[in-house]
Design a protein around this ligand. Structure first.
Ligand SMILES: NC(=O)CC[C@H](N)C(=O)O
Length: 252
């Protein structure tokens, strides 16, 4: 079965493009019943309050929660990570509905406002051990959230060093960096809990398909799809090395 990509708002096209570079079909999901046709789901980045309003309007929340509870692989990137968290802080007045399932607390705009978006090389040992390739992964952080704390059963897959003052006060990391604070602490930016994967950054905006490949293997592990339908014919390293045709602008 194909991989679903929640297509209410945000970078769903970019995820579908990344999947297609791995030879896998991504299907746009806009209605609850469409979830029955996919074996796994990506919730893209975008703006989580807007996405939540659209999800509510289309009555998506019960179906999304059911999908997560059934143990089907779900990956949230950025706003998608916020969607999957059990608890979010820094929300707009009135809050926003969450899908939940991922045992953690996220800060919605941990790194500051849109203008404080940045890119950083992240150490990703688990991804490297499974997918090979370079030691680091280029993390694209766009008004990104971060994971403040995780509960039992949540595996940390990537962290980003920030000044300790930011960790204590949960304000803007960038503002404090500008005051020349020494980076001392790390904040969590990628997690996995069973069938749920969450990244605070945007792998779909890079040419490096290792996170997508990692997620596709999660789908195979849970037996949600036959290996022939989800494992790309070419290895991920080949995909990076050979630079296949890319139909959307991505970081090279
Ligand atoms: N790039 C993103 O997905 C940003 C998410 C944003 N911080 C939010 O609240 O939704």
């Amino acid at each position: 079965m194909a991989v679903g990509v929640l297509a209410l708002q945000g970078s769903f096209n970019e995820h579908i493009s990344a999947l297609s570079r791995l030879g896998v079909k991504g299907v746009e999901i806009r209605k609850p019943e469409q979830l029955q046709n996919v074996s796994s789901l990506i919730i893209p980045g975008g703006e989580s309050t807007t996405m939540a309003k659209l999800a509510e309007y289309h009555n998506m929340f019960p179906a999304l929660r059911e999908f997560v509870k059934m143990g089907k692989p779900v990956w949230g990137t950025c706003a998608g990570l916020i969607f999957l968290a059990e608890k979010a802080v820094g929300q707009k007045t009135g809050g926003q509905e969450l899908v939940g399932g991922l045992n953690c607390t996220v800060n919605r705009n941990y790194f500051g406002s849109q203008i404080q978006s940045f890119e950083a090389e992240l150490s990703v040992p688990k991804i490297v051990s499974q997918e090979g390739g370079p030691e680091t992964f280029r993390g694209v952080f766009i008004r990104a959230p971060a994971v403040l704390e995780v509960g039992p059963g949540v595996e940390v897959l990537a962290e980003y060093p920030v000044p300790s003052a930011n960790v204590l006060y949960s304000s803007s990391a960038v503002q404090i960096q500008e005051e020349n604070a020494v980076p001392e602490k790390k904040v969590i930016v990628a997690v996995k809990q069973g069938n749920i994967l969450g990244t605070a950054f945007h792998p779909e905006l890079t040419a490096d398909t290792r996170w997508h490949s990692y997620f596709l293997k999660m789908a195979n592990e849970t037996g949600e799809a036959s290996s022939s339908s989800l494992v790309p014919a070419v290895g991920v390293n080949a995909a990076i090395g050979e630079r296949p045709r890319i139909d959307l602008p991505v970081f090279q």
